[in-house]
Design a protein around this ligand. Structure first.
Ligand code: NAD
Length: 353
C-alpha cells in the first residue's frame, strides 16, 4: 500500500538517499522537512524534484508551530526522523546547535507527532510509525574485542553522541509513557555518494583528487565499521515494515577498518581511477595530525537481530562500495566544488585547544 513518508533531514546525506530510494524504487510519497543548514544540499534531491509524489518544506524541527502545521497539512503514515547536527568535530567546537536540534528538536517533533497520532482514526493510528534514526556512537568506545548490540549500555563520549543518546531516550520514553508507536535504529558509520565533505571518506577523496594533504587523526588506528548508505536505507525500510514497536535495531556492515586502512585504500583507488603525473602516488599526501579530543577508539556493530529477525543483509562489500563512491566523487565534481568554494573549504575542525 502506498504510504506518506515525512522525512526530517531529507536534504542531508542519508535523508536524501532515503528520499531518492522511496521515489525511484517504490510507489510511496515523500515529504522532506529540512532547515537547510550548511550540511543540506538540494542538488542531492534534483533527480526527484519534479516527481509529483515529492514535497519539500523548509522548516526547523524545533519550531513547534511549524511542526504542528506540517503534520496537519501532510498527514503522514510514517515519520523518519533524520534531521540532526551530525559532525563530531563541530560538536567539539560549538555544541549549542547539537543540543538545540538533536535534543530540543527531537522533543518538539515527538510532541507534534503525539498530538497528531492521538487524533488519528483507529486504523491509521494502529499503522502509524515514528522511526528515529540514530548512531552507534551512543554506546561509546570499544576496546580491541567485542561489538555493540541492542543490549549495550549507553556511554556516549562526544557532545554529538551525548545529544543523540538524549534523543534516543526521549523517543523511547514517548513510547513507554504515551504508547507512541516508535522504532529506533542505531547504525555504524555510513559512506557513499552525496556525503558532505567534512566526513572522513569524502574529505580524503576530494583532497586526494586535488592533490592536497590527507590529514589523519592521531595514530590512524581508530576503527570504524563502515556501511554503504544504500544498505542503510534498505535496513531502515525493512525496520519500518516489520520491526517490533518500541524496539531498537543495530545496523552495521561487519566491515571494520582502521582510519589509516581506509585512507590508504582511497589513495590506491584514486591512483587507479584518476592517475596524475603531477600529484604522483596519493599515499605520500597522508599526514598524521593531532588527535581529536576524546577520540573514541573503536566502534563495531553486531547486526544479528536485524539479520535474523528481519532478514536484512548488506549488499555492498566495503571494497565495491568504496570504488563506487570514489567514482561518484570523480564524476560529480560540480556537486562538491560548490560546497568547497562556498560552505566548507576542508579546514581542520574540532582541533585540540
Ligand atoms: P547530514 O548532516 O548529512 O544531514 C542532516 C540534515 O538535517 C541536513 O539536511 C540538515 O539541514 C538537516 N537539519 C539539521 N538541523 C535541522 C533542524 N533543526 N531542522 C530541520 N532540519 C535540520 O547527516 P546524515 O549523515 O545524513 O545523518 C542523518 C541522520 O543519521 C542523523 O540523525 C545522524 O545522527 C544519523 N546517523 C548518521 C550516520 C553517518 O555515518 N552519517 C550513522 C548513523 C546515524
Amino acid at each position: 500500500m502506498t504510504k506518506r513518508f515525512l522525512i526530517t533531514g531529507g536534504a542531508g546525506f542519508i535523508g536524501s538517499a532515503v528520499v531518492r530510494h522511496l521515489l525511484q524504487e517504490t510507489d510511496h510519497r515523500a515529504c522532506v522537512v529540512d532547515k537547510l543548514t550548511y550540511a543540506a544540499n538540494l542538488a542531492s534531491l534534483s533527480s526527484v524534484a519534479g516527481n509529483p509524489r515529492y514535497w519539500f518544506v523548509q522548516a526547523d524541527i524545533a519550531d513547534a508551530v511549524r511542526m504542528t502545521d506540517v503534520f496537519a497539512d501532510y498527514r503522514p503514515d510514517v515519520v523518519m526522523h533524520l534531521a540532526a547536527e551530525s559532525h563530531v568535530d563541530r560538536s567539539i567546537d560549538c555544541p549549542a546547535p547539537f543540543i538545540q536540534t538533536n535534543i530540543v528538536g527531537t522533543y518538539v517533533l515527538l510532541e507534534a507527532a503525539l498530538a497528531y497520532w492521538r487524533a488519528l482514526p483507529n486504523n491509521l493510528k494502529r499503522d502509524f510509525r515514528f522511526h528515529h534514526i540514530s548512531t552507534d556512537e551512543v554506546f561509546g568506545s570499544l576496546k580491541a574485542d567485542g561489538c555493540f548490540n541492542e543490549a549495550t549500555a549507553y556511554a556516549p563520549g562526544s557532545p554529538y553522541a551525548a545529544s543523540k543518546a538524549s534523543s534516543d531516550h526521549l523517543v523511547r520514553s514517548w513510547h513507554h509513557t504515551h504508547g507512541l508507536p516508535v522504532l529506533i535504529t542505531n547504525c555504524s558509520n555510513n559512506y557513499g555518494p552525496y556525503q558532505f565533505p567534512e566526513k572522513l571518506i569524502p574529505l580524503m577523496a576530494i583532497n586526494g583528487i586535488e592533490g592536497r594533504e590527507l590529514p589523519v587523526y592521531g595514530s590512524g588506528r581508530n576503527v570504524r565499521d563502515w556501511l554503504y548508505a544504500e544498505d542503510h536505507v534498505r535496513a531502515l525500510l525493512i525496520v519500518i515494515a516489520d520491526g517490533r514497536l518500541g524496539e531498537t535495531y543495530c545496523i552495521g556492515g561487519r566491515s571494520e577498518r582502521t582510519n589509516l586502512e581506509v585512507v590508504k585504500t582511497i589513495c590506491r583507488l584514486l591512483d587507479e581511477l584518476d592517475p596524475s603525473k603531477t600529484i604522483g602516488p596519493r599515499q605520500k599526501l597522508i599526514r598524521l595530525v593531532a588527535d581529536r579530543p576524546g577520540h573514541d577508539l573503536r566502534y563495531a556493530i553486531d547486526p544479528t537481530r536485524i539479520c535474523s529477525e528481519l532478514g536484512w543483509q548488506p549488499r555492498e562489500s566495503f571494497e565495491a562500495g568504496l570504488r563506487k563512491t570514489i567514482k561518484w566523487y570523480l564524476a560529480n565534481r560540480s556537486w562538491w566544488q560548490e560546497i568547497r568554494s562556498s560552505v566548507y573549504a576542508g579546514e581542520r575542525l574540532g582541533a585540540p585547544a
